[in-house]
Design a protein around this ligand. Sequence first.
Ligand SMILES: *[C@@H]1O[C@H](CO)[C@@H](O)[C@H](O)[C@H]1NC(C)=O
Ligand SMILES: *[C@@H]1O[C@H](CO)[C@@H](O)[C@H](O)[C@H]1NC(C)=O
Ligand SMILES: *[C@@H]1O[C@H](CO)[C@@H](O)[C@H](O)[C@H]1NC(C)=O
Ligand SMILES: *[C@@H]1O[C@H](CO)[C@@H](O)[C@H](O)[C@H]1NC(C)=O
Ligand SMILES: *[C@@H]1O[C@H](CO)[C@@H](O)[C@H](O)[C@H]1NC(C)=O
Ligand SMILES: *[C@@H]1O[C@H](CO)[C@@H](O)[C@H](O)[C@H]1NC(C)=O
Ligand SMILES: *[C@@H]1O[C@H](CO)[C@@H](O)[C@H](O)[C@H]1NC(C)=O
Length: 710
Amino acid sequence: MKDVSFVDRLFVGLAVASFVAAADKRPDCPKLCTCENRPWFSPSSAYMEAQTVDCNDLGLFHLPEKLPAGTQVLLLQTNNVAAIDRPLDYLANVTEIDLSQNNISSMTDVRLGILPQLLSLHMEENRIQELPDQSLVDVANLQELYLNHNLISSISQMAFQGLGKLLRLHLNSNKLTVIRREWFRPMPNLEILMIGENPVLSVHEMNFKPLGSLRSLVLTRMNLSQLPDNALAGLDSLESISFYDNTFPEVPHSALRNAKNLKFLDLNKNPIARIQRGDFADMLHLKELGINSMPELVSIDSFALNNLPELTKIEATNNPRLSYIHPNAFYKLPRLETLMLNGNALSALHRITVESLPNLREVSIMHSNPIRCDCVVRWMNMNKTNIRFMEPDSLYCVEPPEYEGQRVRQVHFREMMEICLPLISPESMPGHVKVRGGSSVSLHCRAFAEPEPEIYWITPSGDKVLPNTVSDKFSMHPEGTFDIYDVTEKEAGPYTCVAHNLVGADLKSVSVEVNGYFPQPANGSLVVKVKSVAANAVLIWWKASPGTLAPSIKWYALSDARHPAASFSTRVPSDVRTYNLTHLSPATRYVVCVDVRSIHYKRDTKCVNVTTKGLALAAEDAEKWDTALIASVGVLLAGISAGCLLIYASLRIRQLNGDLRKRHSKALLLPGEDGDGRPPFSTKLRFSGKVLPGGVEVKATVINVSDDAF
Ligand SMILES: *[C@@H]1O[C@H](CO)[C@@H](O)[C@H](O)[C@H]1NC(C)=O
Ligand SMILES: *[C@@H]1O[C@H](CO)[C@@H](O)[C@H](O)[C@H]1NC(C)=O
Ligand SMILES: *[C@@H]1O[C@H](CO)[C@@H](O)[C@H](O)[C@H]1NC(C)=O
Ligand SMILES: *[C@@H]1O[C@H](CO)[C@@H](O)[C@H](O)[C@H]1NC(C)=O
Ligand SMILES: *[C@@H]1O[C@H](CO)[C@@H](O)[C@H](O)[C@H]1NC(C)=O
Ligand SMILES: *[C@@H]1O[C@H](CO)[C@@H](O)[C@H](O)[C@H]1NC(C)=O
Ligand SMILES: *[C@@H]1O[C@H](CO)[C@@H](O)[C@H](O)[C@H]1NC(C)=O
């Protein structure tokens, strides 16, 4: 007890003594300033106690008349100093001067004098407009120079002459329109260069060539949309580069090839639409990749990240349109430990995607992805993976409707189907794009499904374009991207993507407007005809003018008194011209309407009345009835092989057990096209008959995509 109080008193005594020492005004300390010893770290992070004169934020217009001769750190931040008239040579030991946030407009007004000990000079947030030749030749041992947030628009070739020891140069947030290689010649030891936020028009070949020691280069917010192949040549020590917030439409992969020792690559906030094969070729030392906050990023394609032996971390978060990661997107990444995927538009993640990463410790796909608790993510709940999901309890299902809002973990994998229909992510494709004539446009269509869907496109003229098709106007990439080159008004119109697998198909249209032009369908050009009539089926045919979006077909029985409001509808790709309405009642009068829309939500509807054939004929057809039903649960892709019949059979068994969920309700609705604010038609197929229990209502997922139609 006694000891403790002694220690206490000793401590208090020491504290008082040091307080007195600090507050004790040194005779040579300038008025209002504080002079004391403070900890100081050199640019190489060596610690020392430095005699510090703190005149920050005093509204000073001039430097104090006389500063203590032993001053090592001179702080003059946030004053109104416009000039240093009297050289500071007498401060022989000064190591740091901070003149940031003052009113300096010209380097020639700053006469520091010869200061051989000066290592660090802060002049950020002044109004300096130019750096003339030899601006800082008297401070030859300077290691850090901060000139960021000034108004520098011009730097003379020899401005940095004499600064051979400089390690760190901050020139960001100025008014530079060019970067000259000559500036860098006098500073071969520079390690860090920050030159972002300058309205530089372009970076040139060999622009940084003299900077063989540079380790970190920051080129943020420069409106850079491309880099010449040799822009980074000579940067043999470069470990880190930031392209944050530029306008690169794709990864500047050719230029990056010169940065062979790069470890950290920041591409955040660039309008890159796809990360694709070859984007990071030969970057054998890359450790961390940032592809966050990219407004246009839709997809990480196959082999996008391939053979990166040292990559340990991928951060791909907050990309509002990132809706697809190819199962083989990550390949030969033996060291990858962390995969951050939160805040994207991903509805799923393939098991292969993560299982191809032997060293993966954690996946943070967790929060803020619209997870579809369906077949593709089934593996997540199967306990067969060693992957740890960060924050697993914050991962919620958005689809299918019956699981909406539930935690993914709470949905038993047996409740998820093994196969499922493709759903084209609404975020992957806008509904409408405006293009300037002569430019190129890429339309991206991606869908998750099991089995993996195949994708094709339909042009406004109704041509079906298959993957790997290349012409001088179009190119369709196997991943689903459709490029149109050298666009003219002829190419304007609606383009429809169809993603299909054994289970079904989804489609989505995008209207391409060229120079404000979009083909308008002429009024009254829609023609609808009945091609053939059976007891349970009616084949209709129609013709619409070019430029219409995917039509919808709606039908209802006029005589059905029991269900007066029972109407059915479906949507079909815009290249389809015929549709077989099946499981109709015999001898019944139906109204069949075809509804087409154009881009500006103008619509055209034509209806026909048709009466199915009588019961005598219906009896003959009865045997065929089962097949028709089953086929309509699956999808009628022509040429389906015997193996697929098994799938149909399994779907059928689920139905018999009453287990078929209304899981695919959105499949047929084309988002963004229902401009009239009405709820879109709900598509109902009512199953009845011998085989299936009556009254199982399914929101259909089925599109009759028959090859005959093309
Ligand atoms: C500068 O530092 C040296 C070495 O620490 C010291 O001997 C000298 O007195 C200092 N000069 C002044 C003006 O304080
Ligand atoms: C900064 O200097 C300019 C002249 O270069 C002067 O007009 C202006 O008033 C000064 N600003 C302040 C806040 O002292
Ligand atoms: C960015 O660069 C493009 C050309 O690449 C140019 O049209 C645009 O005006 C620039 N924007 C700004 C803010 O400098
Ligand atoms: C997975 O494992 C956890 C505990 O290890 C267990 O609580 C859960 O029921 C398992 N899930 C399945 C689908 O087997
Ligand atoms: C088509 O009809 C609408 C009104 O129904 C009219 O506003 C529009 O101008 C017509 N378009 C053409 C090309 O005739
Ligand atoms: C179809 O029948 C309905 C009701 O009888 C009638 O109002 C409509 O005009 C008919 N439509 C055609 C195209 O014949
Ligand atoms: C329409 O479907 C019915 C019932 O499946 C079938 O019998 C008929 O042959 C089909 N018609 C055409 C033209 O495919």
